[in-house]
Design a protein around this ligand. Structure first.
Ligand code: ZN
Length: 252
């Protein structure tokens, strides 16, 4: 596979990076990424991955666009209210980059459909807003050896970690116990600023690009914690757990 004249121009500002290369760009063109959620995190992740030239992006989201989403979900505009987010993401990302394929899955990912949705992905970026979905995505990625970028954002706080099953700690290794339903406030209850979600989502996109191309060093066995109010970035280390029900059976 070689890059067309149009691709060489579109991606010229990243191809010129000393760390990047035509080979990295071709790996991206051949990559298949599943995006779980097309909201506050999924908007910047989708935009940056599509803009960077990921060959195929699948978008899973079962929500429709609401007016109260627009402070933090820049993929969706005011005229898009009431459209399905997955479908609207497909329209917007396809318009951004015509050299890639976007597929929409207007469904809620759960334990019954996770494997079917994620199978064949080269990486999964979890932009969901529920712990239940996060643990389900983690388990499915671990079972199928799919690299995963996890993240969360609430209020002024954000968190990102990358996972290569069998090689680095998974989400359940780092957070063994799922918080009981209702114990952590939702965005609706605690609030979230769009710019804060933009920071976290941009870091998720960067992590996904690193995992897909092999450029740089992803956040493996490390959790990045971001406190937006003071703009403090803290990295804490984590490690694989021998008894992790999700990833202990995986070998790297
Ligand atoms: Zn684990």
């Amino acid at each position: 596979m070689s890059l067309s004249e149009r691709e060489l121009e579109r991606y010229s500002r990243q191809l010129v990076l000393p760390e990047w290369s035509g080979a990295a760009q071709e790996r991206l063109s051949a990559a298949n990424v599943m995006l779980i959620g097309a909201g506050a995190l999924g908007s910047p992740v989708g935009q940056y991955l599509a803009a960077a030239g990921v060959g195929r992006i699948g978008v899973v989201d079962d929500d429709a666009v609401e007016l109260s989403n627009l402070n933090r979900q820049p993929l969706h505009f005011t005229p898009d209210i009431s459209l399905m987010k997955a479908e609207n993401a497909k329209v917007k990302l396809s318009a951004l980059n015509e050299d890639m394929v976007v597929e929409s899955y207007p469904a809620r990912l759960d334990a019954t459909n996770a494997e079917a949705l994620l199978l064949g992905a080269d990486a999964v970026v979890d932009c969901s807003d529920s712990f239940e979905t996060r643990y389900t995505v983690n388990a499915a990625c671990c079972a199928n050896g799919i690299p995963l970028v996890e993240a969360g954002v609430l209020g002024f706080a954000g968190l990102v970690m990358s996972i290569v099953p069998g090689r680095s700690a998974c989400y359940r290794c780092a957070f063994p116990v799922e918080p009981p339903a209702g114990s952590v406030p939702s965005c609706r209850e605690a609030g979230v600023l769009g710019a804060m979600a933009g920071i976290v989502g941009s870091i998720q996109a960067l992590e996904a690009l690193k995992l897909l191309t092999g450029v740089g060093e992803p956040l493996l066995d490390r959790i990045l914690q971001i406190e937006g109010a003071t703009l403090t970035f803290t990295t804490v280390t984590t490690e694989r757990q021998d008894d992790c029900p999700d990833c202990a059976q995986q070998s790297g």
